[in-house]
Design a binder for this molecule. Structure first.
Ligand SMILES: Nc1ncnc2c1ncn2[C@@H]1O[C@H](COP(=O)(O)OP(=O)(O)OP(=O)(O)O)[C@@H](O)[C@H]1O
Ligand SMILES: [Mg+2]
Length: 418
């Protein structure tokens, strides 16, 4: 393997509208802390992915390659390995429990006991043709004492862990990894995109209080709910901002690809009530072949109906876990789809929660792209990578991220590695 990348960390987000990459590094600050610095970020329109599912490896490879070339030009060195986001309708999430007997004679719980407990939770019956991507511990129980965050060094005989397990379809994982390898990149690990996104847009404190991150993409809306610092629920809804474009195309009887998309970006908003009844736009002004006058209020109604439906589906997911209207730190939106004006206001109403847009926290950057809502996942992947790197170097003892999916899988996929 080439070693030109040095300490640089790459994040690759393969979306259905855009492939995005960010590259960063950990910098030591004067006070001894480490800070994440983003050195480059680039995007390229994506082909060959729909709803997070790869439908043409060749197309995905060329989108990744083009994006890689752009980001390499920005950072000035070749990038040869990346943390890759994985998402899509094939992702499953379920809770699982692992129980082990503490091994040491003096009953002191060691890191190894914790790992065995996590391993036991991992070994739930995985559905056929699915792989475990993450085993995320929620809390531990030692001899019946519940809600323990970190049981190492405690004394006990029986150690239990409650986890959230994230699974992905084996064939989708293979297709995605194959595309990344063919683009000439090695994979550090696969990370559920919405978890990586959450790393960068909400604080530990918000995760403690209870918060949800919602990423509005082109064809999917992904959400992750955190409480007491841990992930408690995640879901991927098969609706995104492209559905709004399609609705506009149908409502105004115009082609979806260019004109309807432009109408959405230029004039789309979710506030029909605040739109003046008489306000109009002429589609000719944004490139339509003919003059067509459209009432902005009508457009707002089309847009907000679809956004409301998406938000309602998000709320349905919260209902499943009894958290509808019940997250003190509210909801944080990311994804390029979240740029739609009025989304936050409508979300406050539908979800009955505080709502905000999610920009990267505690990151310095040489490029403005980090403040683009569409880049949250790519930057979050770099952050995730930096934390795993820190962990590998022993800087974060007790960090409970289990990012060992790829180590396991690599053996099985060795035939794909160039
Ligand atoms: N300024 C804007 N206002 C409204 N919508 C926008 C704006 N910019 C981009 N979008 C919409 O955002 C969507 C793309 O979002 P994003 O780039 O986050 O998706 P993706 O990550 O490629 O897809 P997915 O996550 O579903 O796989 C498109 O439907 C696009 O129309
Ligand atoms: Mg996305």
């Amino acid at each position: 393997m080439k070693s030109s990348q040095g300490n640089l960390i790459g994040g690759l987000d393969i979306g259905s509208n855009s492939v995005r990459m960010a590259v960063g590094q950990l910098l030591g600050k004067e006070n001894g802390n480490l800070e994440l610095q983003i050195l480059g970020a680039a995007e390229f329109s994506s082909e060959g992915v729909q709803k997070g599912v790869v439908n043409s490896i060749e197309d995905v490879v060329s989108s990744i390659s083009a994006c890689l070339e752009r980001v390499e030009r920005m950072v000035g060195v070749p990038i040869d390995s990346v943390w890759v986001g994985i998402s899509g309708l094939h992702i499953l999430s379920q809770s699982s429990k692992g129980v082990v007997a503490v091994s040491k004679a003096n009953s002191e719980i060691t890191e190894e006991d914790v790992n065995r407990a996590l391993e036991a939770a991992r070994s739930i019956a995985t559905p056929l043709n699915y792989e475990v991507l993450h085993v995320l511990p929620r809390h531990y129980t030692v001899d019946g004492q519940t809600s323990i965050k970190d049981p190492t060094s405690m004394t006990g005989v029986r150690l239990e862990v409650d986890t959230q397990i994230i699974l992905g379809s084996s064939s989708q994982i293979k297709n995605l990894t194959k595309a990344v390898y063919r683009a000439g990149l090695d994979i550090e690990d696969l990370v559920l995109s919405i978890i990586a996104t959450s790393e960068i847009v909400v604080t530990k404190r918000q995760k403690e209080l209870g918060v949800m991150v919602v990423n509005v993409g082109g064809t999917t809306t992904a959400m992750a709910v955190f409480e007491e610092g841990e992930l408690i629920h995640t879901a991927i809804i098969p609706l995104g901002s492209q559905n709004i474009t399609n609705d506009i195309a149908m409502g105004l009887q115009i082609p979806p690809e260019d004109i309807a998309e432009r109408v959405k970006i230029e004039y789309g908003d979710c506030n029909p009530d605040s739109t003046n009844k008489r306000d109009e736009v002429d589609l000719f002004d944004i490139g339509a072949a003919d003059h067509q006058i459209v009432k902005k209020k009508f457009l707002s109604e089309i847009v907000s109906a679809r956004v409301e439906e998406i938000l309602q589906k998000v709320d349905d997911e919260l209902r499943k876990i009894q958290r509808s209207g019940m997250l003190p730190a509210g909801v944080v939106f990311t994804g390029a789809g979240a740029k739609l004006p009025g989304l936050v206001g409508l979300a406050k109403k539908v979800l009955r929660l505080p709502a905000n847009l999610g920009y990267p926290l505690n990151v310095v950057s040489v490029t403005d792209k980090v403040n683009d809502l569409g880049f949250a996942t790519a930057v979050g992947l770099v952050k995730w990578g930096s934390e795993m790197q820190g962990k590998a170097h022993g800087q974060k003892p007790g960090s409970k991220k289990i990012g060992d999916f790829f180590g396991r899988l690599k053996k099985g996929l060795s035939d794909l590695i160039p």
